[in-house]
Structure formats: C-alpha cells, structure tokens
Design a protein around this ligand. Sequence first.
Ligand code: TRP
Length: 466
Amino acid sequence: MSEAVEASSVEPAKSASAPQRDMFATKLGVLLATLGSAVGLGNIWKFPYLTGSNGGAAFLIIYILCTLVIGLPIMVTEHVIGRTGRGDAVASIRKVTSKKSIWWLIGASGILSAFLIMAFYTEVAAWVLAYIVKAISGGLLSTSAEVNTAAFTSLVTNPTLSLIWQWIDLAIVGIIIWLGVSKGIEATTKRLMPILFLMLVAVGIRSLTLPGAAEGLKFLFQPDFSKITGTTFLVAMGLAFFKLSIGMGCMITYGSYFRNDQNIPVTATRVVFSDLAVSLLAGIAIFPAVFAFGFKPDAGASLLFITIPAVFAKMPLGNIFVVVFFILTFFASVGAQLSLIEVIVSFLQSTIKLDRTKSSIATIVALALFGSLAALSNSTLANFKLFGLTPFDLFDFVSSNILQPVGGLFLAIFVGWAWGRKNFQAALSNDGALANQRITNVIFFILRFITPVLVLIVLLNGLKLI
Ligand code: TRP
C-alpha cells in the first residue's frame, strides 16, 4: 500500500529521445498493467486444462521450473530491452544493436506470434462472452457432465455464434486500444485484478469443501512422474512462455513504457509470482470440483466451461456469482488481449508510421478475418487440418510451443552474447542507481548459459528432432 501512495506522487518520467511516447503514469501502474498482460485466460482456462490433460502435479512442477529458470530471466530481458530501446518490439531491438545486425527479426517474429495468438485467444474470449449471456439467462447451473458438455459443444459447433462473439470481443478490445496506453490499458486492468483474485478464492473454498474434493488436491499436488514424456516438457515450457507473455515482444513493448526509475528485476519477479498464484488458485477452484463431480480432468479446452457451472450450482446465490465470475474472466482476458494487440498496433504506428486510429482499425479488421479460421475450427472448418491440428490448435501450438520459445532463445543469446554484461547491468541498475549487481550477475549467467541450452533441448526433444 505504501507503494501506491509513493507512486501517485511521482510524475511520469519522459524519455528525452522520444518525448511523445506515452508512458505508464506510476510504478504501481506499471506492475498492474504488466500483470494485466500476464494474467488472463492462460491462468483460468489454459493452465487448468493443460495440467488436467498432462497428468497433474508432475506437469505442474515442470511448469513451475520452466517459469522460474526460463521465464523470469527472459521477462527481465524483454523489459530492459524495451526500456532501453523505447520503441515497439522491432524498433527497440534495432535501437540497442548495430544498424546492420538482424536481431530485430526476433521482434518481427513476435508480430507474427501476436497474430496467431490473438486468432485463437479471441475465440476463447468469445466463449466467455457467450457464457456471460448464458449465465444471465439462467439454465447454466448443472452438475451433470453430459448437460454441461452439451451446452459447451452446442456453442462451439455453431459457426454463427462463434464468429459473432469473436467480433464483439474484438470490437470491445479495439475501442480500448484506440484510446491509448496509459488511459486505456492502465485504467482497465488496475481495478479488476483484486476482485478476480477474491472471486477465485471464494470458488476455491467452495470447490475444496465439496465431498470428494481431496482427490482433486492429490491430482494437483501429488506428482506421478510416470506420466511425463518429451512432449510434456514442451507443453509445460510453452505454457510458461504463454503465461508470461514472453518470447514475442509483448514485454518489450510494455518495457518501452516503463519509467526510468522502475526496478525491473523486482517488478518482473512480482509479476511472475503473482501470476503463478492466480494459476494455482484457478487450479484449486477447478480440480477438487472435477473429482467431486466425477468429471474427467483431461476434458481438454472445455474443462473450465463444464466445471465452473457445476461449482456454482452448489453455491448459495450461484446464479448471480456465475455471471460475475465470467464477467471478471472476460476482463482478465481484456488486459491480456490489449497487450497482444499493442504489439501489432505500436509496430504499425512507429515502424510503419500509421496513426493510432488507422493502426487500430487495420489490426482489428485483420484479426477479425484471420481469427475466423480459429472461430470456425469446431464447425465449418473442423476437418480442415494441418499436421493433424485444426487452425485453432495449430495457431496455439505454433505460437506457444515454437515461435515464443525460439524468440526467447534468440533473445537470451542476443543479450548474453551480443549486447553483453556491461550494457545489461547498466540498464538493470538504472545506470548505477540500484545496488543490484549480484542479482543481475546471476540473471546474466542464466541467460548466457542455462536458458538457451534448456530451451533448445526441450524444443528439439519435444518436436522429436532429437
Ligand atoms: N499471458 C496471457 C494469458 O495468460 C496471454 C498473453 C498476453 C500472451 N500477451 C501475450 C501470450 C503474449 C503470449 C504472448 O492469458
């Protein structure tokens, strides 16, 4: 709390090199907006479903290790490159390297990732919007696996509904992005995170007190390593990249709005642990209920949508709280979507030199067209498969499990071997204002030797190339 008071009295620092650049107004604002990017459907929808499909606790442990050893150092790297370069993903990297080098390709691949991710992410957000309406009109609250699965299936196999809800989602996000960085993003994400957190705690308590809930806790916390394969590592690492919004320039773009006196390692650590806490809470809200009701933990992408109505069916005022739950989930998804779109919009603005309005409109229209491939993946395009995956699953797989890790790999190599320790430490200590040399030494060592090797092994092994 003291930080909030302190932060509100500090004026935003403007960078001399780019005075027109919009900035987050306060240090707390930076933390909350960055959290707004990290926390989203990844915690509430993807984390539980992947944990459920990959064997539970053993997967969770690998995921946490990936988050700390690979994710945290890469997040720090992105923030520092963004703040030093003060541009979009491509421009920031260009600014901190020599003109002739091709490291900016990392940023360019990130813009492609942003497209792929948004294409399927907007569809999951669309399901959440549709569930808000279903919840309001009643009739969502059932504890039967068949009923809940049928409700979900009837939504996702309906091409019209899938498209319309996706476009409504894009319209909402488009308007916010068009309003600008500090006003739009900061104001939206700031207010809602604490409420979402409390809501998850309440659902968790209900879920834990259901008869038979203990099985779910065992599933989540008692590891069975026999379920682990090479692919498990790849999926866990992909989830870590997806969760933390790293490996594709999102955190570079956000870093470019950071103040010069922001303590980057501390901010990144807080973001990583808070994000992990939200995921664990979502897991505790869902798995005890899954087992108590006799559902299947490996239901896949539908897991959230079939389990949550059952928990609320057993809660006093459940018909009201279920509406609130999906609304908050939608808001969490908005913070994340804003950060993804911002990667594209800020690139169009500063590198392609379109104004903000044109950049926003071009991005939203392109996403509506491209995203429809993901929206129709369970209906019209259900048989349109590449490598055995529908467009929805393909976009998800390629971005989280290939493009983002490869982006992270090259970023680590870039900073560790090209940008170098001196630049890295000077930037992370805010030019000597912070006495954090020891910690930046450790991060630099990890970036130089450990992150690239780990990412490479997991990638090659998971893709069955070694
Ligand atoms: N991290 C967000 C979530 O968990 C999604 C997200 C936002 C994202 N920005 C990103 C994922 C950039 C990958 C890359 O919901």
